[in-house]
Design a protein around this ligand. Structure first.
Ligand code: NCD
Length: 349
């Protein structure tokens, strides 16, 4: 990729790892979306690969199942000409007692420049990054989803999808300013919602969270009020507001976009719902329900979808309303942008 005109912009990139969008400045969002838009413009079918990461090794270490994220990172890495090595916990030495850090070091010893890490426990990608930095390794860690904590690449691809929807010819974070974005569902168990909260409020969106108290504690209204532990300041000067609504019809009135979340049954340790039918009646999206907002208001979902629970099947299958496939498509250029920034540009380039 030729990026002569944006060398000065790329020099604003300060991150050695991408672990949590709480650390992103507005400039970071502009940079990632600008790069993603350029990568998105390249032809997909029969596309020649870009040489940017030739000779680099990207290892995907997914200690938790994934359909989209892992394939998307691997395709993104291949489109940038990187070598890709993926790790399968079931057939690995983890079952022989090897620590996560030693597993990561093994990939670094084989030449990995970048590790994409997913784990069911919050904080694993950050502690691997810290451990590897501490032993002087020059490897970048990209969080592919950790517990309930963070899923930065999903937050960024959702932001990109919304920006492209609102401003197709200039999909920048500015397209989100003042937009009312409703996030409905299992916010409590969602790392996607948490990453979206950092991203959307940074861009000045007006975020409405909607769900039952069991899946959406009141404290989420203050989610971005202070940076997370271990981060001394918020790099964003002024964030958009977060409000909480228990009533989906009220939340939808005046919405510019609606994002719904999967019920994370595997992370629910108590019975937080009376029944899936009752949940669908109160918080499920259908064409009829969306009459509360305008015709052009899009629906997003990070996938995988519980068809008929968060979203009616007919809505999921309606490409005029539902951007799920568009989100999947946008995931590749967003991940290309992140891999490019971490492996080819580096902090303070
Ligand atoms: C999400 C995840 O794994 O956090 N899926 C994804 O990455 N597209 C959301 C989910 O599992 O519900």
């Amino acid at each position: 990729m030729r990026h002569n005109s944006s060398n000065s912009v790329l020099s604003g990139w300060t991150h050695r790892h991408v672990l949590d969008l709480a650390a992103f400045s507005l400039e970071d969002y502009f940079l990632v979306l600008e790069l993603a838009q350029r990568f998105r413009a390249l032809p997909v079918a029969g596309a020649r690969k870009l040489p940017a990461l030739q000779g680099r090794l990207v290892a995907t270490l997914f200690f938790e199942p994934s359909t989209r994220t892992r394939s998307s990172f691997e395709l993104a890495a291949k489109r940038l000409s990187a070598d890709v090595q993926s790790f399968s916990p079931a057939s690995s030495s983890l079952s022989k007692g090897e620590s996560l850090l030693d597993t990561a070091r093994t990939y670094v010893a084989m030449g990995a420049d970048l590790l994409v890490v997913r784990h069911r426990c919050a904080g694993v990608p950050a502690s691997l990054a810290q451990g590897l930095d501490g032993s002087g390794e020059r490897v970048a860690v990209l969080n592919g989803g950790d517990g309930l904590h963070s899923h930065p690449s999903q937050g960024l691809l959702d932001l990109f999808t919304l920006a492209r929807h609102f401003a197709p010819s200039a999909p920048t974070p500015a397209a989100l300013a003042g937009r009312r974005i409703v996030i409905v569902g299992d916010v409590l168990h969602s790392r996607v919602a948490r990453s979206n909260l950092w991203a959307l409020t940074a861009c000045g969106a007006d975020v409405v969270l909607c769900g039952p108290t069991t899946l959406l504690p009141e404290a989420f209204a203050d989610f971005v009020a202070a940076p997370p532990p271990g981060q001394d300041r918020d790099p964003v000067a002024a964030r958009g507001p977060i409000t909480i609504s228990r009533d989906l019809d009220q939340a939808l009135a005046g919405a510019d976009a609606v994002m719904t979340l999967r019920l994370q049954k595997e992370r629910m340790h108590q019975h937080l719902l009376t029944s899936l039918e009752a949940y669908h009646r109160s918080y499920g999206l259908t064409h009829a329900r969306l009459k509360a907002c305008g015709d052009g208001v899009p629906v997003l979902h990070p996938g995988p979808v519980n068809r008929g629970v968060e979203l009616a099947g007919a809505l999921l299958d309606d490409p005029d309303r539902c951007l799920v496939e568009e989100q999947v498509r946008n995931g590749i250029p967003i991940r290309m942008a992140l891999l490019y920034l971490l492996a080819a540009v580096g902090p303070g380039a």
